[in-house]
Design a protein around this ligand. Structure first.
Ligand code: GTP
Ligand code: MG
Length: 151
């Protein structure tokens, strides 16, 4: 099954939205396979967002990501990379549909509370950046036969 990297940014943690956000992924049917709370260094944030290094907001973005605890997670499930981004909503909460995490819970692009990998290669790289292989827990979930209709 596919895996994606999801992080609740410092604003989401400070605003008490951890349970709300986890609940949305959990109820959808995705499986949590890794989780930890960490304060990333600025250098770590720069590595995480290296694709955006030439954007004017890069420095502020990395300061922000490293400004407090981030809840780093790996979620597993069929199509979780793409559909996880759908649950999250578009980058700018002003344009995110109601019903999405950013649409329901955030207001401005610089404080959009959550990150999700944007494709299979990014997901692989981000999981490897944030987690040691031993921190990823592979296990069978009883719900899977009901979620996927296989035995
Ligand atoms: P992530 O899941 O966090 O990677 O967001 P995304 O994939 O929806 O957007 P993208 O990777 O393009 O940008 C990464 C992050 O940079 C966004 O989540 C925003 O927090 C921030 N960002 C993107 N565009 C802008 C912008 O125009 N202004 C500001 N201030 N921040 C931006
Ligand atoms: Mg992105």
């Amino acid at each position: 099954l596919e895996r994606t990297f999801i992080a609740i940014k410092p604003d989401g943690v400070q605003r008490g939205l951890i349970a709300e956000i986890i609940s949305r992924f959990e109820r959808k049917g995705y499986k949590l396979v890794a989780i930890k709370l960490i304060v990333p260094s600025k250098e770590f944030a720069q590595t995480h967002y290296h694709d955006l290094k030439d954007r004017p907001f890069f420095n502020g973005l990395c300061d922000f990501l490293s400004s407090g605890p981030v809840l780093a997670m790996v979620w597993e499930g069929e199509g979780v990379i793409k559909y996880g981004r759908k649950l999250i909503g578009t980058t700018d909460p002003q344009k995110s549909e109601p019903g999405t995490i950013r649409g329901d819970l955030a207001v401005v692009v610089g404080r959009n509370i959550i990150h999700g990998s944007d494709g299979p290669e990014t997901a692989r790289n981000e999981i490897a950046l944030w987690f040691e292989p031993s921190e990823l827990v592979s296990y069978a979930s009883n719900a899977e036969k009901w979620l996927y209709g296989v035995n």
